[in-house]
Ligand binder design. Structure first.
Ligand code: ADP
Ligand code: MG
Length: 300
């Protein structure tokens, strides 16, 4: 494209809340055949909430909520925030004034899995099934039932283990953005297919994908794994766009032909991206590709 055409399109994009960093992204976006979406905070609102909590192995609700909170207050993860918020509300509801655990020793973050630490004499582990498996915490049939029932409802389960036993579980929902489904079907009408990549488990991811009309899902993917998926799609000769909001999406945003960051996302993601969707509205994925198509067709 001529410098003038790029300037005009960039200005037009900016006025619509689509920040295009340079002509390269604008020139590539019209070739995009596949859009890869992150799940949490991209397709979903990104403000998870606990909708159910159940104690196991003879622990009380208060006990496992307290110990989970003690570990999770140290984590920045949205899942951790949901747990802490829920436990706080639960305490208020029952009017509990017993001592709050706050001291955690040997605190550890298990990226894409959860957290662990020592609270008093108890060894506490908070996270997904994979974390439990990795730490050799057995998952009995009751816990397993609870997990699969909730995953089918598109909820993510956070398990709490105390001294090697599952002491309780939370089910967390994160609703899909209202425009998500329409955007996916609109992209399809533009002959662009949509794919999901997520660090979350396959059952929950599939339930969300079904809700929005995505039929290809890569679950339990770590940050570098997300970038690898992009490269695999590119090797099939496709121009690939990636849409994401998190630090864990930045390698994939950088690897994609066109990286698009959600405006409300983390600074790291915004830096790694070529285009920033200031309004955090998924409709602007279409706006960006449209703008590129129009700009490039005018030139040819
Ligand atoms: P995503 O790709 O959905 O943003 P992450 O890679 O950050 O997900 O995390 C993957 C999964 O690991 C989460 O869905 C959650 O089950 C679990 N997880 C990660 N951190 C925590 C935490 N602090 N507390 C509970 N669960 C966690
Ligand atoms: Mg995310």
């Amino acid at each position: 494209a001529t410098p003038t055409a790029v300037m005009v399109a960039t200005g037009k994009g900016a006025s619509q809340g689509v920040l295009i960093k340079g002509g390269n992204a604008l020139e590539k976006a019209h070739k995009v055949k596949t859009v890869v979406f992150d799940k949490t905070g991209t397709l979903t609102v990104g403000k998870p909430e606990v909708v159910s909590a159940v104690p196991f192995s003879g622990y009380s609700m208060e006990e496992f909520c307290d110990l989970a909170t003690a570990a999770e207050v140290n984590s920045e993860h949205p899942m951790a925030k949901a747990v802490v918020e829920h436990a706080k509300r639960y305490r208020q509801k029952i009017g509990s004034h017993t001592k709050h655990f706050t001291e955690v020793k040997d605190f550890e973050v298990h990226t894409g899995a959860g957290v662990s630490g020592k609270v008093g004499d108890a060894t506490v582990l908070v996270g997904n099934k994979r974390l439990m498996r990795a730490c050799k915490v057995p998952i009995g049939p009751k816990v397993d039932d609870y997990i699969s029932k909730n995953e089918q409802l598109a909820r993510t389960c956070v398990l709490v283990a105390i001294d090697g036993k599952v002491a309780g579980a939370f089910a967390v929902t994160d609703p899909v953005k209202p425009e998500a489904k329409l955007v996916i079907s609109y992209l399809r009408s533009m002959s662009i297919s949509s794919v999901m990549v997520t660090g979350d488990n396959l059952a929950t991811a599939t339930a969300i994908a079904n809700e929005v009309g995505i039929d290809k899902v890569f679950a339990e993917t770590d940050p570098l794994g997300k970038a690898d998926k992009i490269k695999e799609l590119q090797m099939k000769g496709m121009a690939v766009a990636m849409v994401g909001d998190g630090i864990n999406d930045s390698p994939a945003l950088a690897a994609a032909d066109v990286g698009m960051a959600i405006g409300a996302g983390t600074d790291v993601a915004i830096e790694a991206a070529d285009i920033v969707l200031i309004k955090s509205n998924l409709e602007d994925v279409v706006t960006a590709i449209d703008l590129s198509r129009k700009t490039m067709s005018r030139i040819r």
